[in-house]
Design a protein. Sequence first.
Length: 190
Amino acid sequence: MTDVLEGRKDRAELYRRYPAGSVVIYNATTIVHFLAGAVAIYVGYDFAPAIALSAAVLYTVFAFVEMYIVMPLSVCPNCVYSALDGSLCVAGLNVLSRRIAKEGRRADFENRAKGILCPNNLYLASLALPIIAGIPALFVHFAPTLLALWLALAALLAFRFFVIFPHIACLHCYGKFRCPQAGAMGVRER
């Protein structure tokens, strides 16, 4: 790791432990997105209450399980933060991962973006699903509340992609030199 980091003094600081504010921003945005998504699904389809409630609950379970169980079991064990003593990643999931999974291989970290049902795609699905589900709902059952929720979800997604990833999370990550997400964000050389 040190050979990758040498000579990078002109680059963004890499955090062994992310500041508490970064961890709070990342997780608060994630949790608000998931909960607002569930509410949007329910409100958008409340003309069929049983279906709306079931869909909202299923989405909530999918999103939280994907983020807070699947990631710590399948992605985090292979991340550099799981091997760094005293470290804390931007999501704080490396701490959870150490408790529920055994350490993986750094070389397998890039697999997080391989395959149609890879953890990266499931993560993106958990963010995009309520936005996509809201589009037909807006046409079938328009309500100002639903429009406000849909706009809030779109704003949260934009905030994640244009602020959190490139400026708070990926930019300062020790894993950015191997992570496909950091590569897509263009932060490796910053």
